[in-house]
Design a protein around this ligand. Structure first.
Ligand code: ADP
Ligand code: MG
Length: 394
């Protein structure tokens, strides 16, 4: 068990909380504030317990001065203030006297947000390169370090691993929940345990397949990656997305785990990935040369449903169709609906999968929707995440 924020007496302490405020912003407006909402529990806990709260986060990638203009965390400070119902003092720098004075003057129950940690990535990659001097400077601002940024836990950066090594540390509620939900479920799932895998490419998910095929009772495969598997079985898949380099891998997996891998039997095809393209429903043996498979069909939904109705745990990563286009979103929607109506443990991992189910109205329908895209994938791969590894055991 990792140490958590609850293991510390926070009163009067300067508590640095590394959050994941890496939210999508369009024309200066936050378009999805789920990540801010997900961080509130830990921040409120610290404030309620008399901490002097110092928040840090990255936002986007910074490779030029212009990137800095577009990626200030000021908008996040404003939105966060509304949620906390209290002023969030925004510090428009990542180092310097303004920051040092603000920390010096910070009182119990007050909160500051430091500017985007990745401003330290230009001109030199100090944040992403885990520069020890920068980590030391930041660590000096606090007494306790809490990692609640699950979305960056697969990175070894100054603002998570760097500071974490130098201060008494713990995880926040969000990271604690992610470790519990993803980490422990795949270690010891209630069975039958089914994994649904989709998304665009097999090559993105090889690590996940390799790890989960040993643990799962069945893997239901949809999305773009299904066509590489179908191709490996010798079928013609037209212009569907195929990962040529992964065909041998698919063959091996299907040979070794023939009873575990369940592939689509019908698919919705189109000539273009476009709203206006005409769709045809095909059995997988009947995809025409000019077509692309862009969603699973109703027979496949029924097939998958039989497995899902009889299981106790599901991990789902990867939309089973091009859900961004309404015509090709029905398979993903159908699976989301089946899972929402079952009383089982359902874990949703992956950035696009989480976005898809939330957009379809299933935000509160599952045991857990991971807040980390890449981080949740690495956890499903069975990897140790540096941002979690740095936190001490209880
Ligand atoms: P996640 O972010 O949840 O890990 P991925 O990034 O692997 O998921 O995959 C999501 C993408 O996969 C979506 O943009 C979706 O349009 C695409 N996709 C799903 N099915 C297909 C398909 N049949 N052909 C092409 N792309 C697909
Ligand atoms: Mg993705």
């Amino acid at each position: 068990m990792k140490k958590t924020i609850k293991d510390y007496d926070l009163k009067g302490k300067r508590v640095i909380i590394r959050c994941d405020f890496n939210v999508p912003i369009k024309d200066g407006v936050i378009t999805d504030d789920n990540r801010i909402i997900a961080s509130l529990k830990t921040i409120n806990y610290a404030l309620d317990n008399g901490a002097k709260v110092i928040l840090m986060s990255h936002l986007g990638r910074i490779k030029s001065e212009e990137d800095k203009m577009k990626n200030s965390l000021k908008v996040v400070a404003d939105r966060l203030s509304e949620f906390l119902n209290k002023e969030v003092i925004f510090i428009p720098e990542t180092r310097g006297s303004k920051l040092e004075n603000a920390v010096k003057n910070l009182k119990e129950g007050e909160v500051i947000l430091i500017e985007n940690t990745r401003f330290e990535d230009f001109p030199q990659k100090r944040e992403s390169g885990n520069d020890p001097k920068l980590a030391k400077y930041w660590a000096n601002l606090g007494d306790i370090f809490i990692n609640d940024a699950f979305g960056t836990s697969h990175r070894m950066h100054a603002s998570n691993v760097g500071i974490g090594r130098l201060l008494p540390n713990g995880v926040g509620f969000l990271v604690e929940k992610e470790i519990k939900m993803i980490g422990e479920v795949i270690k010891n799932p209630n069975r039958p345990f089914i994994v649904i895998l989709g998304g665009a490419k097999v090559s993105d998910k090889i690590g996940v397949i390799k790890n989960l095929v040993n643990i799962a009772d069945y893997i239901l495969i949809g999305g773009g990656m299904a066509y590489t598997f179908l191709c490996a079985k010798g079928l013609e898949v037209g212009r569907s997305i195929v990962d040529k380099d992964s065909i041998d891998f698919c063959k091996e997996i299907m040979e070794k785990y023939s009873e575990k891998i369940i592939l689509p039997v019908d698919v919705v095809c189109g000539k273009e990935i476009d709203e206006n393209t005409q769709t045809t429903l095909r059995l997988v043996e009947e995809i025409e040369n000019s077509e692309m498979g862009l969603d699973i069909g109703p027979k496949t939904v029924e097939l998958f449903k039989k497995y899902l109705e009889n299981c106790k745990t599901v991990v789902w990563n990867g939309p089973v169709g091009v859900f961004e286009i309404e015509k090709f979103s029905h398979g993903t929607k159908a699976l989301a609906d089946i899972l929402a109506n079952q009383n089982i443990t359902t874990i949703i991992g992956g950035g696009d999968t989480a976005a898809a189910v939330i957009q379809m109205g299933y935000k509160d329908s599952y045991t857990h929707i991971s807040t980390g895209g890449g981080a949740s994938l690495e956890m499903l791969e069975g990897k140790i995440l540096p941002g979690i590894d740095v936190i001490n055991e209880r």
